[in-house]
Design a protein around this ligand. Sequence first.
Ligand code: NAD
Ligand code: MG
Length: 387
Amino acid sequence: MSARRGVTILGCTGSIGCNTVELVEARPDLYRVEALVANSRVDVLADQAKRLKARMAVVADESAYPALKEALAGTGIEAAAGPAAVVAAAELPAEWVMAAIVGAAGLAPTLAAVRRGAVVGLANKECLVCAGQLMMAEVEAHGATLLPVDSEHSAIFQVFDFDRHDAVEKIILTASGGPFRTKTRDFMAGVTPEQAVAHPNWSMGAKISVDSASMFNKGLELIEAHHLFAMPEDRIDIVVHPQSVIHSLVAYIDGSVLAQLGSPDMRTPIAYALGWPNRIDAPSPRLDLAAIATLTFEQPDEIRFPSMRLARAALRAGGSAAAVLNAANEIAVGAFLDRRIGFLDIAEVVERTIEGVDHCQLGSIDDVLAQDREARKFASDVVRRAS
Ligand code: NAD
Ligand code: MG
């Protein structure tokens, strides 16, 4: 039997993180755990670290360090805290890293894993949105492997003919349409955070749930797909498919269209990345097409959901536009969840930030981080004036 694969999970206490922990825990014959990293939920983190016999557990929030140290006392599991420790955890020699921190906060540790040539299961789409070109160049330079975990991109990855890129006419991202798919803008103007995070098909973290409701998630995924599959913006279509059974499709020049299907359960794309290049069991509900009976499709509505128009424009503009879009969206989503702005203000804050922040070329990760900071500051000012 070959040696067990070393695994590190960045963002282990989140929705993707907990699903990854479940799959890793089920196969101690295949995996051993190097590091587990979370923001602040020490109780969950310490429990996971003990169950998985991790070598190290890290909290980003330094004030949580004493509690983590105490929870792990006598276990032999090393405890650490702070942003530098998060990056150091990603540098430990695990062959496989799950990048499931939410937002641009995931950029530095994901990059650290890439720079040592790891196989990276990429859930953290925001790091490709804000630094896609630089990230893909680092992947190439260090011989790393990026395996998309986002369900749409996992679907495309599974049916994309990388040896015949020219034969791909376009890729088609499916979108559930979120909880407000059939609602008017008047209705959306008054929705609460609770309504926005109640996704009809998927159970996810708060930020991506709001992104799904605003359809910024699909805009971010458009940019993510552009980088992962080297496809220009005008060859990436979006179609609304409320049942979330077809996870995305690849259309070829001969008229063939290949799709990947499954029940809406993230354990399937996580298991695909974890097992790659093999496949491992996942306990996701099996697809019963006869029970589902009907699959439907609609054109996305860019009037009610301006997010997709903004993301397409940012991708066409290039340079720092997508980094600004991402940072502004993170600030706006946070403000909406804190009830400081309304739901429709999210796209408004993003659009005003894109207009207000000077665009530039991104030559380095430091440029990305500087642009991210500037956009966050600008967007926070827009929020302050609006609330
Ligand atoms: P979540 O909010 O449930 O979890 C986020 C995780 O990141 C938590 O473990 C948290 O402790 C950690 N974290 C947050 N800030 C941190 C920081 N500064 N340093 C270290 N750790 C930090 O989010 P989620 O739904 O699991 O999503 C994670 C990522 O995966 C996002 O980028 C999201 O877009 C992407 N994604 C999620 C799903 C899904 O079904 N949940 C699907 C596709 C893609
Ligand atoms: Mg997705």
